[in-house]
Design a protein around this ligand. Sequence first.
Ligand code: 5AD
Ligand code: SF4
Length: 431
Amino acid sequence: MSKVYIRTFGCQMNTYDSERIASIFKDMGFDQSDNPEEAEFAIINTCSVREKPQIKVQSEIGRLKSVKGIKIGVCGCVAQQEGEKFLENFKDVSFVFGTDAIGRLYEIIDLVQKGERVCDTATNDSEISIPTFSRATSVSSFVTIMKGCDNFCSYCIVPYVRGREKSRKVEEILDEIKYLVNSRVKEVTLLGQNVNSYGKNLDENINFPKLLYMVNNIDGLKRIRFVTSHPKDFSDELIDAMKNNNKVMPYLHLPLQAGSDRILSKMNRKYSYGEYREKVLKAKETIPNLTLSSDFIVGFPGETDSDFEDTIKAIKEIEYETIFAFKYSPRPKTKAFSFEDNVPDDVKSQRLTLLLQEQEKISNKLLQEYVGKSSEVLVEGLSKKDKSTYSGRNPQNRIVNFKSSNKLEIGDIVNVEITEAKKNSLFGKCN
Ligand code: 5AD
Ligand code: SF4
């Protein structure tokens, strides 16, 4: 059978898109392979959120072009952004397709097989329709509920590459989840750049909290997660929906980005740290055992030592279990691109290290709090390092490795007594 090699950079949205691309190739008679040497097609699914992943794309093309006879296709955010220019600049690339063009891959591949070079970055700016597709299922699966973003945070390229917010119809989402549950999926993560805006452009009377109630009703589904929420739209109604729907896991990724109100305002985030903190406190009070995670940018234009200190104060006060932190990277077209990128790179690096060091102390402390308690773990398989150990995740999305006296199946949910907390994962036993 012919083979396709797919390399994915970036966020979960890209992982989902790559799964969809794999399924379309499967439909056209191509198996997925990890080895480009045996592949007829190579697809690079790209990310442009920072400069670094964008540079990686070029080195991936450089690596692949030496493979004899391979046809290279580039998709995702860089493809969407560069379009025709990409084909002009990279002679070894045969086709470029944007984030809204995945459904047209059949025609694109047909043309490429006839020897044409193709660029399809046309977008659709209303609702999105994604037919349910089969995928190499694990017990946990991503489900896209919306695409695009209307928020225009001043540093962010997403609105320019993923376009305006577009929601997927409720029926389509529910059908896809039911299909996944029938093929042994127990947990879904609902994906959108800003899930709180879900439904705004649909005719139906629907919003994100209402969607959670509907997904919660699906028989056989055990767990629901979602990313990402914008703090300005994080509502009481959503807090109640998280509390009232037993399948919605007590884990919330709510990116703060910075602790200083001055920087938040320059980032166009539309909330102050105080407003953010108030919402988080309410969520913590309402939802038992809620854990939080966040994204942060250090070294945004004009960030002083004192602004950065506010970020450190914030992580100490909120006590996130996990954070993802990045050095500011100027992105073309964005508002902040016109601000002077005036925090020197070594200062950005120092701040990043310091932030991660402070966070490590907080994470260690919070992880220790699981020890001696019991956690419900969804079994995902055997541990990569030790085949006599099971591996899964607790409701708070933390990896738990554990021994069990009984034989377990992938997809079981078991009570594990946590005996030890290591750097990023928990260890335990199950009787
Ligand atoms: N520079 C650095 N980090 C960025 N992010 C988004 N844009 C940029 C940028 N220009 C980070 C934000 C976002 C995460 C996905 O990536 O923290 O939440
Ligand atoms: Fe990267 Fe954003 Fe595109 Fe995801 S949506 S791949 S984070 S630029």
